[in-house]
Design a protein around this ligand. Structure first.
Ligand SMILES: CC(C)(COP(=O)(O)OP(=O)(O)OC[C@H]1O[C@@H](n2cnc3c(N)ncnc32)[C@H](O)[C@@H]1OP(=O)(O)O)[C@@H](O)C(=O)NCCC(=O)NCCS
Ligand SMILES: CC(C)[C@@](O)(CC(=O)O)C(=O)O
Ligand SMILES: [Mg+2]
Length: 537
């Protein structure tokens, strides 16, 4: 991929694998980095900063493998970070060799506070190092990016001087980092304006911005920079990165997409011009976000813009009513535009009748006004105690309130499980049978769920095969509710059950019992009247 006419769009420089990986705890191995890099290429990023080659043998290998496997002629530019030091630049150049479009990104601090305390160097020394190391990088590759670290706290006159020399020595992209996330959007705009007005050769290069999120302003600062003529933004998936993270790719891309008429004029276009402002395939955003979250172990807060679990979910009645009538009343973009199949109407205590009725209809219940009101009142009572109402809850409420008899079945009275790394997982369960008998049994299993399922089978005595068992956490965090879904098979038929609890073993027991009760009711209906035995054992 070549960047032919960058002035009329934004170059997306993804640094998930470099700055993103600097998130405490987010370390990735070579295979994981490769998987993310392949997905970033599908997403359509222009540049992948694959790592910091000199940092470790693993990172060197990661940059090299990504250069080999993802850095194809029609693929993205592959980049490695390097301090303004020969050994760093050599390592970057070596790792990037297999890439069709390699870029070396070299940086050195320019703020007085960094010069004095971190580098222990004078301004003239830094100027000389920047010049010679950019020229050195240029001896390996044509595409050289230079970052004056802590640019936003650098004295402007010195910054202009460094940039002019950097460009004169061959830098092709000049990146302005707000390393400590200190800027406000207005200041960022002024900083970029100042650079464009005072660095005589600035028009020969692509101007870039790299914003950190220490004050939650990373996206706002990047957008302000774009308004002032920056044409590359450095960002990460889910906004991960050093400390509070970096500008989130998905936020910048979707802001440019959703507010295109606002941004178009900054690109010299008519407000209503159609062409996109980035090359990102936005439908790949959700998938990429989930992959990065999974591999880095960095959970996404539910209210995270664009990719959070709640970003397209509506819980309050007034909003739900509006959405059902006309989507744009409360949605500025479609879930499908980031690759989510649909928005979500979440039924909870803030929901209203319209959303309730609509969901029931989808579940196959058409209630008259009186039944609907009764069911709705009960729904509100239950919703006061429960975070989110599942379809199972709704079904139970409707049956309850509309005099449809809830069929008989087995009920779990007590469940106790002991497990650990030096005991045999043991489950003790008491159930009430459909005819009111109380039975208790206990057994050991290979794990707590296995022990529970064995006891339930001994008590219930209905032959079945467990076909599927899945656990899903409903909310993020240690106190998340776990929802267990099971499917059991019996002679060609499948019965499913679901239950939620903060204890997943308890949820597993109830989910299994739910499924077995459905099977039991099915068998009851099938059973010839003369047969008094529930099931032959
Ligand atoms: C790069 C790395 C291998 C260097 O390790 P190290 O040689 O043990 O050095 P330290 O990390 O202890 O200290 C950094 C040194 O680099 C110098 N330095 C920092 N930025 C520099 C730059 N842009 N150009 C030249 N030298 C720089 C510091 O002054 C310090 O040198 P000193 O020891 O002479 O004071 C290691 O820090 C690392 O693995 N980093 C990867 C992640 C990272 O730091 N990312 C941040 C990107 S800014
Ligand atoms: C390389 C540079 C853009 C950097 O990411 C360096 C760093 O990791 O601090 C920054 O934020 O200044
Ligand atoms: Mg950074």
């Amino acid at each position: 991929m070549s960047i032919e006419s960058p002035a009329d769009r934004i170059i997306i420089f993804d640094t998930t694998l470099r700055d993103g990986e600097q998130s405490p705890g987010a370390t990735l191995n070579v295979q994981e980095k490769l998987a993310i890099a392949h997905q970033l290429a599908l997403l359509g990023v222009d540049v992948i900063e694959a790592g910091f080659a000199v940092a470790s043998p693993g990172d060197f290998q990661a940059v090299k493998s990504i250069a080999e496997q993802v850095g194809k002629p029609d693929g993205p530019i592959i980049c490695s970070l390097a301090r303004a030091m020969r050994q760093d630049i050599q390592a970057a150049a070596e790792a990037l060799k297999p890439a069709a479009h390699p870029r070396i990104h070299t940086m050195i601090s320019t703020s007085d506070i960094h010069l004095k305390y971190q580098l222990n160097k004078s301004r003239s020394e830094v100027l000389a190092i920047a010049a010679s190391m950019i020229a050195y990088a240029k001896s390996f590759v044509d595409d050289v990016e230079f970052s004056p670290m802590d640019a936003s706290r650098t004295e402007p006159e010195f910054l202009y001087q460094v940039l002019e020399i950097a460009i004169a020595n061959g830098a092709t992209t000049i990146n302005i980092p707000d390393t400590v996330g200190y800027c406000t959007p207005k200041e960022m705009g002024n900083l970029i304006q100042g650079i464009r007005a005072n660095v005589p050769n600035i028009d020969q290069v692509i101007l870039s911005v790299h914003t950190q999120n220490d004050l939650g302003l990373a996206t706002a600062n990047a957008l302000a920079a774009i308004e002032h003529g920056v044409r590359q933004v450095e960002c990460t998936i889910n906004g991960i990165g050093e400390r509070a993270g970096n500008a989130a790719l998905e936020e910048i891309v979707m802001a440019l997409q959703v507010r295109k008429p606002f941004f178009n004029p900054f690109f010299g276009r008519a407000a209503d011009a159609e062409a996109p402002l980035t090359n990102i395939k936005t439908q790949e955003i959700y998938k990429t976000s989930a992959l990065v979250s999974q591999l880095t172990g960095m959970l996404i807060q539910p209210n995270k813009a664009i990719v959070g679990a709640n970003a397209f979910a509506h819980e309050s009645g007034i909003h739900q009513d509006g959405i059902i009538k006309h989507r744009q009343t409360y949605e500025i973009m479609e879930a499908a535009s980031i690759g989510l199949p649909e928005n979500r109407i979440v039924l909870g205590k803030h929901s209203g009748r319209n959303a309730f009725r609509t969901r029931l209809k989808e579940l196959g219940f058409e209630l008259n006004e009186a039944d609907l009101n009764k069911a709705f009142n009960r729904f509100k009572e239950v919703a006061d105690k429960k975070k989110e109402m599942s379809d199972w809850d709704l079904e139970a409420i409707v049956r309850d309130q509309t005099q449809i008899q809830v069929e008989s079945g087995f009920q779990i009275e007590h469940i106790q499980v002991i497990c650990g790394d030096c005991t045999c997982p043991t489950a003790t369960i008491t159930i009430v049978t459909p005819d009111g008998k109380i039975l208790t049994d206990a057994t050991v299993g290979t794990g707590p769920v296995d022990a529970v399922y064995q006891v339930i089978n001994r008590l219930v005595q209905i032959p079945n095969q467990l076909m599927e068992f899945s656990v899903q956490s409903v909310t993020a965090g240690i106190d998340a509710l776990g929802t267990v879904t099971v499917r059991v098979g019996h002679e060609e038929r499948i019965f499913s059950g679901q239950a939620s609890d903060t204890d997943i073993v308890v949820a597993a027991a109830y989910a299994y019992m739910n499924a077995l009760n459905r099977l039991y009711r099915y068998l009851e209906i099938q059973r010839p009247p003369a047969d008094s035995v529930l099931m032959p054992t």
